[in-house]
Ligand binder design. Sequence first.
Ligand code: COA
Length: 472
Amino acid sequence: MSCRGKLDNLKYLFSPSSIAVIGASRKPGKIGHAIVKNLLEYGFKGKIYPVNPTANEILGLKAYKSILEIPDEVDMAVISIPAEKVLQAIDEAGRKGVKVAVVITSGFSEVGNVDLERRMVELAHKYGMRILGPNIFGIAYTPANMNATFGPKDILKGGIAFITQSGALGIALMGWTLLEEIGLSAIVSMGNMADLDVAEVSQYLADDPNTKVITIYLEGLKEGTGKTFIKLMREVTRKKPVIILKAGRSERGAAAAASHTGSLAGADVIYDAAFRQSGILRAITIEEMFDWARAFALQPLPKGENVVIITNGGGAGVMATDACADYGVNLYTLPDDLKEEFRKCMPWFGSPKNPVDLTGMAVEDNYYKALKVAYSDERIHSIIVLYCRTAILDPMSLAKVIVQAYREAKSEGREKPTVVCMIGGTDVYNAMRYLNREGIPAYPIPERAVASLGALYKYKRYLEKIGEHKTH
Ligand code: COA
C-alpha cells in the first residue's frame, strides 16, 4: 500500500508538538537514553514522553508503561527497542493516532528481514502513519530545537538540510559541521527507506522556509523508483538547490553500497544523467558538498555572468583564474573606465586588470575601496576576494572590512554573491570562521572558493534554462 503524496504527515516529522520515545532507557550509554537526553538538552519545545514498561521516571520526566497510557495526543514516536518488538509498538502507536514513527532499530531488510520490514510498513499505513527508517540514527530539525538523534547534542543552526543514507557518516558530520561553522536546518537519517524516501523528504524541505539548500548523501535508490525520483526532484530543484554526493561510483564502491543499505547502486553514468536531468548538482566529496551548500545558504544567486577577482597575491590570482575556467565562472574583461577606478585603490605597481591585484602592499583600505567599486558598479555581478597572509595586513581586520563593505552594499540593495579565500595559518582560520558566521562564505584555497561560486552559476543557468530564473 502506498502513502506517497501524504506529505501532510511530514510536518509532524519536522515539527511535532509531542514525541513519545518508545524504548527510552534509564541507563546512560544506551540509545534510548541518549535520544531523550538530546531532546531535553537541545531544548525541544514540545512535550517529551518516555515509554518504558518498567520505569517510572527517566531523566526527570514521567515515564509511561505503554504509549496508550499517555494522556495526550502524540504526533511522533521514536522507536528504539529490539526488532522483534517493533511490530507491536507500531500497532500501539497507530492505535494512539501517531502520525509518524522514527524507527531507529536495526535488523530489518539490511540483514535480509525483508518480510518483517514490509509488514511493519503495511501495519503503519493501515493507521495512516508514515515511517522514517528503520536502521537510522534519528532526525533533527533545528528551528524546532528538536534533536531526536543519538548523535552529538549540539547542532549549529542554519539554512542547510542534510539528508543521509549513511547513519555513521551523518553522526560524524554533525560534529564536523559544528567545527566548520556550517549551519544546519535539518538532519535526516534515511536508513533502509522502507517507507519515506529521499525524494519525499526533499519535497517537504523544498517548501520549508528555514531551508535554503538541500544536501544528500546517497548510495542508491530502490529498484523501480528511479523515474519517480527524477520527476519529484525536478519539482524540488525548481524551488531549492539540491546537492547530492552519490557514493559507490566505482564498481567495487557500488558493490559495497549494495551490501550496506541494500539499495540499487546501478551504473554510475545513469545516476549522473538522472541528476543532470533533474537539475541536481553532483558533488564528489563531502568537502565539496558542504562548500557549495555554504555558498547557497549564505549568498544570493548572481544576476549576471561578470565576475571580478580582488587579490593581494598574484599567484593566488592566477590559480583562481585557472579555477574559473575549470568551474564555468566568467571573468569579466574590465572596460577602461573600471580599470581606472580600480587603479585608484592600489599602489602604482598594482594591476587593475581582472584579477585586480592590490599587491602585497595592500592594507584594509585598499580592499575596502576596491570592494566599494565592485559592489557599486552594475556591470559586475559577483566578487571573489583572495588574501594571502602578509605581516602588514591582519586577517581579522581584513575580514571586518569585507563584512562592512558587504553590509553597506546590501543595505543599498547592491548585494552580490561574494566568496572569500584566505591563505595562511591559525589567525587566518579564525578570520574565516568569523566571515562564515557573518554570512560570507570563506575557504582556505582559491579553487574551493571558485568552485562554490561556480555551483551558484550552474544552478542559476539551470533555472534560466527551465525558465525559472530567480534570485533568492
Ligand atoms: N516498549 C518500551 N520500552 C521497552 C519495550 C517496549 N516494548 N521493551 C523494552 N523496552 C525498554 C527496555 O527495558 C530498555 O530500557 P532500560 O534500559 O531502562 O531497561 C529500553 O527499552 C531498550 O530496550 P533494550 O532491550 O535494552 O534494547 P537495546 O537498547 O539494547 O537495543 C536498539 C535497542 C534499538 C538500540 C537495538 O535493537 C538496535 O537496533 N541497535 C542498532 C541501532 C542502530 O545502529 N541504528 C542505525 C544507526 S545508523
